[in-house]
Design a protein around this ligand. Structure first.
Ligand SMILES: [Zn+2]
Length: 455
């Protein structure tokens, strides 16, 4: 992981948040290559689930919502972590995480999710689980801390001005269900997708961008008829798994994992877990949320959220199948999977980011063999730039320039040499095979499109 974090920083993917001020824990800034990669990931998700599905619609809802939304969703009353303070060094910890870490270390298999606050407190005392900061076992009572960031709106400060930064994007899809259904004349089953920022006031150390206090979610809600929910739950489990494989993630690093404990309203919940450098962890959640969400919003808003089936004239509150992944977490997944150190025939080692070509931040690098070829190279660069995100590099030996592009995952390098001026052909080098091919400049754009997008 340390190697990955250093790589991401040094190559302009991800910088520590507020770095020149000493940082802010669990925040990260995406750099020039990171933002390109993240945008490509978001586009791949959107294309797969929203654009290419005729029963899918997109929304982009406000981060700040009427606080009643969070009362209806249950976040005001019960979205919290069990936390306690170390009496000795005054640091704050999550009781459930200390227990999980202790159990992992000692090979104890048990479910922490189902423990009450009292059971956790007793267990910590019994096993003498120590403060990770100072090593003492002397904690305050375990209390539940709400994870929503609060802020105030308006000029006066009283309790009624409290609003929240949304802790999840999906409530925006629920409360716009009728708007989308009506304006798009959508018929059930249909889905609403959204990509946007969410905020959670967590103290857990985050494993780089795996868990951050501010993060981007990609969430999709399928609205369906009660009774068809199980069919769609199973269908989407497979569709979502296929999506991750389509991004080049290997099957042996992906698994389904059913939840041990279901939320009281949920009928089924499965995670797709991935084998990260720090172990198997959740990548994507898939849930059968029943009609809980729309029932609650109907109750709290007083608005009719029933769907009228145009064929059978039945009225019902739809069931919701949800799947959700963090764009930042998927970013980490893909970069961790793609980062490769490769031993070459000449004994050298090259670092190469073997990311799916269509996700690569830079698609094509234009490299004039010598500076006096830059006029021709510049002309080719300008044409390619209309079609691909390109880089232009004329400094250093050609071998060094290839290595720089390998490291950031550029799938194709186009080299311009003296023959180019005679035969109008360039050399295209493939990132993974390092094989080179002569390609006529007239054919170049189509050739590169085939290599990068398979078309
Ligand atoms: Zn301590």
């Amino acid at each position: 992981m340390q190697k990955l974090v250093a790589y991401c920083k040094n190559r302009g993917f991800v910088f520590p948040g507020s770095e020149i001020y000493g940082g802010l824990a669990n925040t990260w800034d995406y750099g020039p290559l990171g933002v390109e990669l993240k945008n490509n990931i978001k586009k791949a998700w959107w294309d797969y689930f929203v654009t290419r599905d005729k029963n899918s619609y997109g929304v982009d809802c406000a981060i700040l919502m009427n606080p009643r939304v969070w009362e209806a969703s249950g976040h005001v009353s019960s979205f919290s972590d069990p936390k306690m303070d170390c009496r000795n060094c005054k640091t704050r910890h999550r009781a459930d995480n200390l227990i999980s870490e202790y159990n992992n270390k000692h090979g104890i298999v048990m479910s922490v999710d189902t423990m009450t606050k009292e059971e956790m407190a007793n267990y910590i005392k019994e096993k003498q689980i120590k403060c990770p900061n100072c090593g003492k076992c002397d904690f305050t009572e375990i209390k539940n801390f709400n994870l929503m960031f609060q802020t105030k709106r308006g000029v006066t400060e009283d309790a009624s001005d409290t609003i929240y930064l949304r802790p999840e994007t999906c409530q925006g899809e629920y409360i716009n269900f009728i708007n989308v259904q009506r304006t798009m004349r959508a018929k059930i089953p249909f889905g609403i997708g959204q990509i946007g920022k969410s905020f959670r006031n967590e103290i857990t150390p985050g494993n780089f961008v795996f868990r951050t206090i501010e993060f981007e979610q990609m969430e999709y809600q399928l609205f369906c008829k009660p009774g068809e929910d199980e069919k769609f739950f199973n269908l989407y489990k497979q569709k979502v798994m296929d999506f991750y494989k389509s991004l080049g993630l290997p099957a042996e690093k992906l698994k389904f994992k059913d939840h041990e404990k279901l939320a009281f309203y949920a009928k089924a919940a499965t995670d797709i877990i991935f084998n990260f450098p720090f172990g198997w962890e959740e990548l994507n959640g898939i849930h059968n949320r029943t009609n809980y969400d729309l029932t609650r919003h109907q109750e709290f808003s007083g608005k009719n959220l029933m769907y009228l089936d145009p064929i059978t004239n039945e009225k019902f509150i739809p069931y919701i199948i949800e799947f959700s992944v963090g764009a930042d977490r998927l970013f980490l997944t893909l970069i961790a999977n793609a980062y490769t150190e490769e031993k070459l025939d000449d004994g050298e080692t090259r670092v190469v980011l073997k990311i799916l070509p269509k996700l690569a931040p830079i698609k094509v690098a234009v490299l004039p063999l010598q500076k006096n070829l830059s006029e021709k190279a510049d002309e080719i660069f300008k044409t390619l730039q209309q079609n691909f995100n390109c880089d232009y590099d004329e400094s250093g030996s050609i071998g060094k320039r290839y290595r720089r592009q390998d490291e950031i995952g550029t799938p194709c390098c186009v080299t311009i040499d003296f023959d180019t001026l005679e035969d109008n052909c360039v050399t295209v080098r493939d990132r993974d095979t390092m094989k080179q091919e002569r390609v006529n400049v007239e054919e170049l754009i189509n050739y590169l499109k085939r290599k990068i997008y398979n078309k």
